[in-house]
Design a protein. Structure first.
Length: 234
């Protein structure tokens, strides 16, 4: 048998917060304390939270399916999950406040299409007002003929699919300006939409969407749509 160092031979521990004495079958030796125990606990906590927030994000998108159908969502579900997780860690419950300004088509932001930022006011309802772009929407290589706006309200418990509710209102159709039309034809014209908040206090998000038509059909390509969260409440 080989020589086995005793603990006494290690001498006093110079810094117990950094070093630890370890007994093995080959004797005692001193090593730096492993720092990954706390890290592993944090990583496990994040992993556990994903089991709650990812299904919640999926429920939100499933409830919004009629409005997000055909959109280029990319990794929006993961983004929603991350924002829900932030609230979950802070409040120990899933609020929706961090979804404010979330773009449903990250590569095609709402303002890039409309060229305007909507005005939003919240009381016992959500009121949205936006200046109609006098030169139409900023869509390249498009044959769109008309466009419209929608205000969508989603509310309820995101941890339970059956508890989520959604309502919406839609604007009139706005014709695409012809090349011969002056840009001042619609100067000062606004689209105004409003929707009542739920009577019982519960989490909600309001989304504003713009979409296009090609003749009597909805435009096919995602570049004809923009959608973002414009107001939140918990």
């Amino acid at each position: 048998m080989g020589y086995k160092r005793t603990r006494a031979e290690l001498g006093p521990n110079p810094d117990p917060d950094i070093w630890e004495d370890v007994r093995t079958k080959d004797g005692w030796f001193r090593r730096k304390k492993r720092k990954n125990m706390k890290l592993n606990a944090v990583m496990q906590e994040h992993a556990d939270s994903l089991k709650v927030t990812m299904p919640a994000a999926k429920r939100i998108l499933e409830k919004l399916e009629p409005w997000v159908r055909g959109l280029e969502l990319g990794r929006v579900q993961a983004a929603i999950s991350t924002l829900l997780k932030k609230s979950y860690f802070e409040d120990e419950k899933m609020g929706l406040r961090y979804l404010q300004d979330l773009e449903l088509q990250p590569r095609r932001p709402f303002k890039a299409l409309v060229g305007k930022t909507p005005y939003v006011e919240v009381s016992d309802e959500v009121f949205v007002k936006i200046l109609i772009p006098s030169d139409g929407l900023k869509v390249k290589n498009s044959i769109y003929t008309e466009y419209y706006f929608e205000l969508i309200l989603l509310w309820g418990d995101v941890t339970k699919g059956g508890k989520l509710k959604v309502d919406s209102v839609e604007s009139q159709l706005y014709e695409r300006p012809q090349v011969s039309q002056r840009k001042t034809d619609r100067a000062g014209e606004y689209c105004e939409l409003r929707i009542n908040l739920p009577s019982r206090k519960q989490p909600w998000i309001a989304l504003f969407k713009v979409g296009c038509l090609e003749g009597k059909q909805l435009a096919y390509h995602p570049r004809h749509y923009g959608m973002k969260v414009v107001a939140v409440g918990n």
